[in-house]
Design a protein around this ligand. Structure first.
Ligand code: ASP
Length: 460
């Protein structure tokens, strides 16, 4: 059993959808379960409906709802053959557009866009794409069944970024997906959506269909998840900075998790967590090049095989904040770090990297509108300096602290770069440096040349 997840870009028009269908056809003997996102940029259009209503422009919201309907009618026009399938598809589209109109009327009347209503609106993308895509497969004589994601993905009531209830989801997968697979059907479901115990729509956060795929894979104990994207896999660096970046052929779960956290944009940071828990391997593949191997993410790599490359990728994040907290009260004292971190906790700010000295603690974090509050609160216990516009460049690999000779090439490559902070050794898979934003490109390029191109045997 495998789970195949397709994002909006692979379902944007008749041509990309035909390509996606043929990718699924090539995997029929592997008992696939298909998870789809909303077609094309539908979720962006739904977001703009919410913005229009909030800006008291309901007519513009209604126009966008019509646009969504026409876009879907256009897509099925080319792809669904047979009178009854076509009628069913038209009904699905008109029901969803009517529902959208009623939601717009309701929001306009109440002058309110509540988180719960927001989720109801955003749900429309996958409420359309999953049943329509099932009909498209049907009309190719593929034996599919549409599985309503709301009947599978049970969540809490945290609208907009709901938390999945793992046990309920496993039971639902066992009861509603496994029997379909056993009877030889291909279950097709929508990503991103869930429902609360009392039946309200929830969503898992933008890009949440990846998480749905992992939850389903966990629920059915799949052998593999395939994420079909518009890139070749997880790359050795951001191709915007390093044009000859290549896909990494195989990395560990831990590296993939850190890479997502450290700035690589391929996978939603927490999206593969349910798969990691069950040790289910993940492959990131390119729907433009279905025969390319992509990147395999699995637990099999240990870092102890001398043939495995120690460094797999160079990631970066720009526009971060660095907060330096200095106090002589730290000298030999205890409890000071707790006082400092309580401030971050109170302001609900998540710290990324930390370095300490005898009288100083420096952290990095994502930009926040609460920076003034942070500065004020920290100033009550210490001297504070906040620097914005810094970048974090990270070398990610396996078992770095146990691989002799890694640090030399890293720091040689950075000989021209002004390093503000270094963190290393915590997870064993990354060494991160903080530099000024305008030095990020130079640092990434030099590290990529020294660590990745050299080990590929290319001239530096
Ligand atoms: N359709 C949703 C979005 O665009 C979820 C997803 O595609 O993963 O964010």
């Amino acid at each position: 059993m495998i789970v195949m997840k397709f994002g909006g870009a692979s379902l944007a028009d008749a041509e990309t959808i035909k390509n996606t269908v043929s990718i699924i056809e090539s995997r029929m003997n592997r008992q696939p379960v298909v998870v789809v996102s909303a077609f094309g940029k539908t979720t962006d259009l739904l977001t703009s409906i919410l913005e229009s209503v909030s800006a008291k422009e309901p007519e513009s919201a209604r126009k966008t709802a019509e646009e969504i309907g026409n876009y879907h009618l256009n897509i099925i026009g080319d792809l669904i053959v047979g009178e009854s399938l076509r009628t069913r598809a038209q009904e699905i589209i008109s029901d969803n557009v009517s529902r959208l109109r009623r939601l717009i009327d309701g929001m306009e009347y109440l002058e309110e866009v509540s988180p719960r209503t927001r989720d109801s609106v955003l749900a429309t993308g996958e409420m359309l794409s999953a049943p329509l895509f099932s009909l498209i497969l049907n009309s190719r004589d593929i034996d599919v069944c549409f599985v309503d994601p709301c009947e599978i993905i049970r969540t809490d009531t945290d609208h907009g970024r709901a938390n999945p209830c793992m046990d309920a989801i496993s039971v639902n997968c066992r009861d509603k997906i496994i029997p379909e697979l056993t009877s030889g059907k291909i279950p097709v479901t929508g990503g991103f959506l869930g429902s609360t115990p009392d039946g309200a729509f929830t969503t898992l956060g933008r890009g949440g269909s990846d998480l749905t795929a992992s939850l389903v894979a966990r629920g059915i104990s799949a052998d593999l998840i395939e994420f079909w994207k518009d890139v070749d896999g997880i790359l050795t660096a951001d191709p915007g900075i390093v044009p000859d970046a290549e896909p990494v052929s195989h990395i560990s779960f831990q590296e993939a998790g850190e890479l997502a956290f450290l700035g690589a944009k391929v996978l939603h940071p927490s999206s593969i967590q349910p798969a990691v828990e069950k040790g289910i391997p993940v492959r990131v593949l390119n729907f433009h090049k279905p025969s390319s191997p992509g990147t395999l993410i699995s637990d099999e790599l240990t870092g102890t095989d001398p043939h495995e490359q120690a460094v797999s990728s160079v990631a970066c994040k720009r526009n971060q904040l660095m907060v330096n907290v200095y106090s002589t009260r730290m000298l030999g004292a205890r409890g000071f770090l707790r006082t400092v971190f309580e401030v971050f906790d109170r302001l609900a700010l998540s710290v990324d990297h930390i370095a300490t000295s005898e009288v100083n603690v420096t952290v990095t974090l994502a930009p926040t509108h609460r920076v003034k509050e942070l500065e004020t609160e920290l100033s009550e216990v210490a001297k504070v300096r906040v620097e914005d516009g810094v970048g974090v460049v990270s070398v990610v690999g396996r078992n770095l602290p146990h691989t002799p000779g890694v640090a030399g090439p890293i720091f040689n490559a950075l000989s021209d770069v002004n390093i503000k902070l270094v963190t290393y050794g915590g997870s064993g898979v990354n060494l991160s440096i903080v530099v000024a934003d305008d030095e990020v490109e130079k640092a990434v390029k030099s590290l990529h040349t020294a660590l990745i191109c050299k080990s590929r045997g290319e001239d530096a």
